[in-house]
Design a protein around this ligand. Structure first.
Ligand code: DGL
Length: 276
């Protein structure tokens, strides 16, 4: 049973194309695994929608991947991970991994003064999940409860990245107006709680010089590796892995934007009918 399960793919989904940063990390950390990616480009953005809509979309996205017989579902979307991960875990029996706990662990490992900033979409920040999980992880790992967390929604970053404006005057102006107050708050670590923000990292680094920027893609890929190893369903064969990319809408510039997130051209894209 475990042997046949090992040979099936990992499923990854996001509200759009940004979750390809997680696929990029998975390809590095788990190079033998097949991956099926689903981007709900027809309904993106999720970050400005209600918890009810986000949950309904996320259930449909998860079902789409499970119908394709994946052994693990990775929720690459921070908005979904913040708003309804427990709901997904309750509804499906396949292991489901979100990006919040891996990001929280990475931020706690990085901070020295125990003051952490978190940025994300409106829905992510309103859910308050990052604050709760960072405190929970700190308690579990016996790091104490004296962590200060400053959370802020920074919604304009998503369209800026989609437009490819990651380092021009407008991007810098927006970053300054969102981020400079974090300096007054005395944070030493900023958790990038959205799929799109890693692409702004080098520009943000110049705006917040003394702050360590943490993104959760690599931490999530490592956590996936741990889950597969613990459950004995790692694929160890050394053969070329197979990657399949589904999008719910083939938007005019998905190839160009996708390449930015994946770090290489998306080879071939299939049209997904999610609410099947
Ligand atoms: N993927 C979303 C996230 O990580 C950002 C885009 C959206 O709002 O759907 O929160």
């Amino acid at each position: 049973m475990a042997k046949s399960k090992a040979s099936v793919p990992i499923g990854v989904f996001d509200s759009g194309i940004g979750g390809l940063t997680v696929v990029r990390a998975l390809k590095r950390v788990l190079p033998n695994e097949d991956i099926i990616y689903l981007g709900d480009t027809a309904r993106v953005p999720y970050g400005i929608k209600s918890p009810e809509s986000i949950t309904r979309f996320a259930v449909e996205d998860t079902r789409f991947l499970i119908n394709r017989k994946v052994k693990l579902v990775i929720v690459a979307c921070h908005t979904v991970s913040s708003v309804c991960l427990p709901e997904l875990k309750k509804n499906f029996s396949v292991p489901i991994l979100g990006v919040i706990a891996p990001g929280a662990r990475a931020a706690l490992a990085a901070t020295k003064n125990r003051r952490i900033g978190v940025i994300g979409t409106q829905a992510t920040i309103m859910a308050g999940t990052y604050e709760r999980v960072i405190r929970e992880v700190a308690r579990q790992e016996k790091l104490g409860s004296d962590v200060e967390i400053v959370a802020k929604s920074t919604p304009l970053f998503v369209p800026l990245v989609e437009e490819g404006w990651v380092d021009n005057d407008i991007a810098i102006l927006v970053a300054k107006s969102y981020l400079l107050s974090f300096q007054d708050e005395g944070i030493d670590t900023l958790l990038l709680g959205c799929t799109h923000y890693p692409l702004l990292k080098s520009m943000m680094k110049r705006v917040l010089k003394k702050v360590t920027l943490v993104d959760s893609a690599t931490a999530t890929a490592r956590e996936a590796k741990k889950i597969l190893a613990e459950t004995g369903i790692c694929r160890n064969q050394n053969r070329k892995p197979n990657y399949r990319f589904y999008l719910s809408d083939l938007t005019p510039n998905f190839m160009e934007i996708g390449k930015r997130f994946l770090g290489e051209p998306i080879p071939f894209v299939l049209r997904a009918s999610i609410a099947e």
